[in-house]
Design a protein around this ligand. Structure first.
Ligand code: ZN
Length: 252
């Protein structure tokens, strides 16, 4: 058994929970989760979910008690805004929209000299996100498992910027879709624990809202039961309007 802890950003969401369970149950690794506490409506739910999942893991697999280390909670205000990294994200956004979270996650790693933390990004091969497809196709190989983004000089500025921003992370599940993760979890019988994962960004009365990006993703990717029926029906009405708005009025 390898006792060196594997660092991972864990949010209690589907993708990072899948990887956490895979590391613990299948790869028998000691796992050190990191969680950035932001001022967002979903944060309390994410923390509750992680506590619940941790409890279920220990109940079902008592031998893993020493393997899952206490989560490191980092207040986002303690992460200095690194100008180099902020500039990098700004430049990437001139080509392609990329969420702000990668800026503070990369800054956190740079400040704490972390170079190998796992970032659980799912496969984007069906949605055509250029940045994540580029990452997935340019990972160095570690015993057959694609891991870190190779640091090379590219002709494309976007590729060079992507290399710079994502240099701190490992991408262990970027080849898997949510459905593939579910199948894997069923095969290894940890799907019930994975099913506890949280995914809504803007919960409504303690339940998934049915409207935010992750909720829409859950409906589209075949997990509609995670959303309460009424919110799901509302979402069905609103979905075509949202697509129309995005296509015609949003510039990314
Ligand atoms: Zn939602």
């Amino acid at each position: 058994m390898n006792r060196k802890p594997i660092n991972i950003f864990w949010t209690g969401g589907w993708d990072s929970t899948f990887r956490l369970l895979q590391l613990l149950i299948i790869e028998e690794k000691v796992v050190q989760p990191h969680f950035v506490v932001r001022a967002q409506p979903s944060v309390g739910y994410e923390i509750n979910t992680m506590i619940n999942i941790r409890r279920q893991i220990f109940r079902r697999y008592p031998g893993l008690r020493d393997m899952l280390l206490p989560t490191k909670y980092i207040d986002i205000r303690e992460i200095d805004k690194d100008t180099d990294i902020s500039e990098c994200l700004k430049e990437i956004n001139n080509f392609h929209y990329l969420a702000n979270q990668y800026q503070f996650l990369a800054s956190y790693c740079k400040q704490n000299l972390i170079k190998d933390i796992e970032l659980s990004i799912e496969s984007h091969r069906y949605v055509g996100n250029k940045i994540f497809i580029f990452i997935a196709e340019n990972l160095s190989n570690n015993n057959g498992i694609p891991f870190k983004l190779e640091q090379k000089e590219y002709e494309s500025e976007l590729k060079n910027l992507t290399c710079k921003l994502f240099q701190y992370f490992k991408f262990p599940i970027i080849h898997l879709t949510k459905m593939e993760m579910r199948k894997y979890a069923q095969e290894y019988e940890f799907d019930a624990i994975l099913g506890l994962a949280w995914f809504c960004a803007t919960p409504w009365r303690g339940k998934p809202c049915g409207f935010c990006g992750p909720c829409i993703g859950a409906i589209k990717k075949g997990f509609p039961n995670k959303i309460p029926l009424f919110r799901r029906l509302l979402s069905r009405v609103h979905l075509p309007l949202r697509s129309f708005y995005r296509k015609n009025f949003k510039n990314y």
